[in-house]
Ligand binder design. Structure first.
Ligand SMILES: [Zn+2]
Length: 524
């Protein structure tokens, strides 16, 4: 009786468990048995392993092969265990060096021809393996760049089972030595899409300033304006104003991307670290599960987690279903989301900056003199009320966007040499963030938008003379306490952007403007 061991990783969300794979060959009747809570796709692994081994020049013994995956209590799913099962079986049958096989973590799906195919979740899986004490791993070559992101781990990328067998001492079949050994961290950096520049935006200076404030303080933003006013154009340019992700943020964002179904398409493996903030713009017909996460059996991250450390843009926000808008509240509060599925629940990060855009009314024509709008007042009330309440409470900046008029466009064209680029504004944003970061160093928060009202009022003092007008509005009931707090947060960000130690009267006046009406759609 021969027993050998190999190791792989089972993921649930971004967390995971190292799975020990034991293969035993006994003299019973020929059979291939897989035990230890495999799901359907993992059960099919037997057939893939048998064909792959045959086509790589190894004949599996005509005896009983038992493969046990433990701990048995951890659900295991998918085809990423193929390689680990294959090398354990080949080691048990004496084809490979059993000691060598058990020293490495093996991840990858096998094709029937013995080729090694990329899988999703390489980055989070290897982080789990490293934490469990492993120092070397074999991955499909197509996943190599992503695997190299794990600092201090020795990684081998292989194209086929025969290459991996050679690594573990298989001698009878000399393949051309094609695998490449590398270790991280990789310094290759990847951007998902070319970033759009704010200098393309013409005649919307106020809106660009508001975007800069949003970027500097991490403030959520609502833009109300007619179709064609440039709301989408502005929203798409917010990521370009945000600084590069820090290392921990970049790894987290890359890991979420790695396990998302979008990236699990064949060949769609990552080839580097995501260093720029992501941008996600779901359509208003999106379901709750596509936004917050879901999946069949196995929990998968939704778009709000793909937007982690980046921007989530909901165009025509009042058209989103009420359950979708409701589902955003909890992640906005906690920065993460819990996804429950039959095989377990997983926690995904969801710390995104929210940008909402809305038309002034259902038909979108009630701007300017509003002559063409045919909406009834009831329709308007119903439309605007969809965004009321707790969701709007989280949004500091509420802006009315009017289409740029021909005079503004002409003026902007003449002075186009002076318009600031995204890269220039990003430096201003970074400097402002450094100021707020230093001021909030002893607190759990880093950005002004995260600071709760009581702390803001008690611990971050502003000259009474500067906030006189604001205090007066609060006393007269013209401003709610929440509205008051939003003004203070924005005033601090404006002060940070101008490198002032404290908000002035002018900062507070401008903050009041950016804060806008409680519901800008109702204010019209
Ligand atoms: Zn209308």
């Amino acid at each position: 009786m021969l027993v050998s061991k190999s190791y792989a990783v089972s993921l649930l969300g971004l967390a995971g468990t190292v799975i020990e794979i034991e293969a035993e060959i006994s003299s019973n009747l020929p059979n291939f048995v897989l035990v230890g809570l495999p799901d359907a796709s993992l059960s099919e692994s037997k057939d893939r392993v048998r064909s792959a081994a045959n086509n790589s020049g190894f004949a599996l013994p005509g005896r009983r092969i038992t493969v046990n995956l433990s701990p048995a209590s951890v659900p295991k799913h998918g085809s990423g265990f193929d390689l680990a099962i294959a090398v354990a079986v080949l080691a048990a049958s004496g084809e490979l060096n059993a000691k060598s096989v058990s020293d490495w973590v093996h991840l990858g799906e096998l094709g029937l021809d013995g080729s090694l195919r990329p899988i999703g979740g390489i980055l989070p899986s290897l982080l789990v393996a490293q934490q469990a004490g492993f120092s070397q791993a074999v991955v499909p070559k197509a996943n190599l760049a992503e695997a190299q992101l794990v600092a201090g781990l020795r990684v081998v990328g292989a194209d086929c089972l025969a290459e991996v067998a050679e690594l573990h001492g298989a001698e009878h079949k000399k393949t051309e030595r094609r695998f490449s050994v590398r270790s991280g961290p990789a310094n290759k950096q990847v951007e998902l899409m070319p970033e759009l520049d704010v200098s393309d935006v013409i005649g919307q200076d106020v809106a660009v300033q508001a975007l800069t404030v949003a970027a500097a303080g991490g403030h959520h933003l609502l833009m109300v304006g007619p179709p064609g006013a440039g709301k989408t154009m502005l929203a798409e340019r917010l990521p370009g104003l945000l600084p590069d992700l820090q290392m921990t943020e970049a790894l987290e964002t890359t890991a979420v991307m790695s396990i998302s179904s979008r990236r699990r398409q064949p060949g769609a493996s990552l080839n580097g670290l995501l260093v720029r903030p992501p941008f996600e713009a779901p359509h208003h017909t999106s379901s709750v599960s596509s936004l917050v996460g879901g999946g069949l059996g196995v929990p998968r991250p939704g778009l709000i987690s793909l937007a982690n450390h980046g921007v989530l843009f909901l165009d025509e926000a009042p058209e989103f279903s009420q359950p979708v808008l409701e589902a955003l509240r909890q992640p906005l509060e906690s920065g993460e989301v819990l996804v429950n599925r039959s095989s377990g629940s997983a926690r995904f990060p969801a710390r995104f900056q929210l940008v909402l855009a809305a038309n002034p009314c259902p038909c979108g024509k009630s701007h300017g003199r509003a002559a063409e709008c045919k909406c009834t007042s009831q329709q308007k009330i119903k439309y605007s009320s969809k965004l009321s309440g707790p969701l709007l409470d989280r949004i500091d900046i509420r802006l009315l966007i009017e289409p740029a008029n021909p005079a503004q466009i002409a003026m902007a064209r003449e002075g186009s040499g002076a318009r600031q680029t995204s890269k220039e504004l990003r430096q201003v944003v970074l400097a402002a963030r450094q100021r707020s970061g230093a001021r909030l160093a002893q607190t759990p928060w880093a950005l002004n938008a995260q600071v709760p009202g009581p702390y803001l009022r008690r611990n971050m003092s502003i000259e009474p003379s500067s906030r006189l007008a604001l205090d007066r509005m609060l006393e007269l009931g013209k401003l709610s306490m929440r509205g008051y707090d939003r003004c203070l947060r924005l005033a601090w960000t404006l002060a940070d952007l101008e490198a002032e130690d404290r908000p002035s009267k002018d900062h507070i006046a401008r903050a009041s403007f950016l804060r806008g009406a409680d519901n800008p759609m109702e204010a019209r």
